[in-house]
Design a protein around this ligand. Structure first.
Ligand code: URP
Ligand code: ZN
Ligand code: ZN
Ligand code: ZN
Length: 483
């Protein structure tokens, strides 16, 4: 059984051209004019792009005393509905728990996925067991390790642990990732705000100003530099953090920044809404920022100093959010976005002229696949690549509303926003999962994608590290002591 996508324009990270795409056995078998197949998908007026890859999700994650409400079933169904064909979720050991133990927990959950997935591993504590198990994690094809510089008393690691872990990641040929916020300062500011009677969701934003994120980003870049490891900074929300990344990249550091679709399109005024639920539903870390910070993030995508766009999809229901009534520090941190990332970025990026269609593909898919070590199996329209594709109709419109979404939660942070640019078809390894808004995907279809360590950036960094390593000076005729 073969499928041909006919009559569209193939759009990749570097090219746009007219061609049909033939799919056999879940992979792209041919690209060119006049292809024939058993099943034909009409792509007239559409763009044939690599399906989106969301590099940052938290599905059914234990966090702040509860579990995020979208699991691998509803989360990946939402992803496909919006043209995303792969997610990379964070396996999160609780402090003291082994990494392989946590992996087993994630394997138990991910069997329900509708689309392919991979994991990052979080390093939430440090010790010989973590050090040892990191090698086994890499052997399983998980090559990126996330560190929280915030959430003091829970997931946060200190600088000595950060440095030790970064060195280990570097030696294993992996990528270090950070949630960059100064957790000590956030904890102090939060306690003071509460004591002063600032208990509402707006205080969440007061407790995590941009400088707190900028400082931690600079610190993580320095530590990565000392450890000789490539660094990926998740959810870059502000100019302070973007500036640190831009400066590091300009001097040659291997650092990537990931803004979220939420920070690109929603701002801090959401927290001043008189409706407590409205504000609390938008509580996430880092918080939404003002327009100047948003402009900085868009400029970063345009100039290349920021590399990918994610969602950090970590959805909590209104009832879960209400745990924090009377104390903003107890509002579970996280928002949704999996279904909306691609249409929102297309509308506000390509639709406004801030991004080209090719830059859109790079930011939503190809750059993710390259940075995380799974290109060109994923993120490409090439013969031999997995047929994870989205047939994108740039003329299709809808208004985002909770009633029509796949996500399990009872609201949508983009409620009421009109988007122009939607999938006509979404294909996961050659199987049509979405047709013009109608989802017909299969629970359990998704497969784990193992990734490769020692990518070209890691090898280049190792070569440089070796060449520039401190060496003792060879001296002849050492002076006699005590003269
Ligand atoms: O608020 C957020 N971002 N929740 C998810 C966990 C994290 O920090 O990424
Ligand atoms: Zn985070
Ligand atoms: Zn509202
Ligand atoms: Zn996250």
């Amino acid at each position: 059984m073969s499928t041909v996508i006919r009559g569209g324009t193939v759009v990749t990270a570097d090219l746009s051209y007219q061609a049909d795409v033939l799919i056999e056995g879940g992979r792209i078998a041919a690209i060119g004019p006049g292809l024939v197949g058993d099943e034909v998908l009409d792509a007239t007026g559409c763009l044939i792009m690599p399906g989106g890859i969301d590099p940052h999700t938290h599905l059914e994650m234990p966090f702040m005393g509860t579990y995020s409400a979208d699991d691998f079933e509803s989360g990946t169904r939402a992803a496909l509905a919006g043209g995303t064909t792969m997610v990379v979720d964070f396996a999160l050991p609780s402090p003291g728990q082994g990494l392989l133990d946590a992996l087993q927990m994630w394997d138990n959950k991910s069997g329900r996925a509708h689309c392919d997935y991979s994991y990052h591993m979080a390093v939430t504590w440090w010790g010989p067991q973590v050090f040892d198990e990191m090698a086994a994690v890499v052997d399983r094809g998980i090559t990126s390790f996330k560190h929280f510089m915030a959430y003091k008393g829970a997931l946060m690691v200190n600088d000595d642990e950060l440095f030790a872990s970064f060195r280990r990641v570097g030696d294993l040929g992996g990528i270090a990732m950070v949630h960059a916020e100064n957790g000590d300062v956030v904890a102090e500011l939060s306690a003071r705000l509460l004591a002063e009677g600032n208990t509402g969701p707006e205080a969440h934003a007061y407790s995590r100003p941009p400088a707190v994120e900028g400082e931690a980003t600079n610190r993580a870049i320095m530590v990565a530099d000392m450890a000789g490891v490539p660094l990926y900074v998740v959810h870059v929300s502000c100019e302070d953090s973007h500036e640190a990344i831009r400066r590091a990249r300009a001097r040659g550091a291997r650092v990537w920044g990931e803004p979220l679709i939420q920070h690109l399109t929603l701002d801090e005024s959401e927290y001043f809404n008189a409706d407590w639920d409205h504000a609390a539903r938008r509580v996430m870390s880092p918080p939404f920022r003002n327009k100047a910070h948003q402009d900085s993030l868009w400029a970063g995508l345009q100039s290349g100093s920021l590399s990918v766009v994610a969602t950090d999809h970590c959805a909590f229901t209104t009832a879960q959010k209400r745990t924090g009534l009377g104390d903003f520090t107890k509002i579970p941190n996280g928002t949704g976005g999996l279904e909306d990332r691609m249409p929102m970025l297309w509308t506000h990026g390509v639709g406004t002229g801030r991004l080209t269609p090719n830059e859109f593909v790079a930011a939503t898919s190809t750059n993710v696949a390259k940075i995380l070590g799974m290109y060109p199996r994923k993120g490409a329209v090439l013969v031999g690549s997995d047929a994870d594709l989205v047939v994108w109709d740039p003329a299709a419109e809808k208004t985002i509303t909770v009633g029509a979404q796949q996500s399990a939660i009872d609201y949508n942070v983009f409620e009421g926003k009109t988007v122009k640019g939607l999938p006509r078809f979404t294909l996961t390894r050659g199987v049509v999962a979405v047709t013009e808004g109608v989802v017909d995907s299969r629970e359990g279809h998704g497969e784990f994608v193992a990734r490769k360590p020692q990518g070209s950036v890691s090898r280049a960094l190792s070569a440089w590290k070796e060449l520039s390593a401190p060496r003792p000076v060879q001296r002849f005729g050492i002076p006699a002591s005590g003269v």
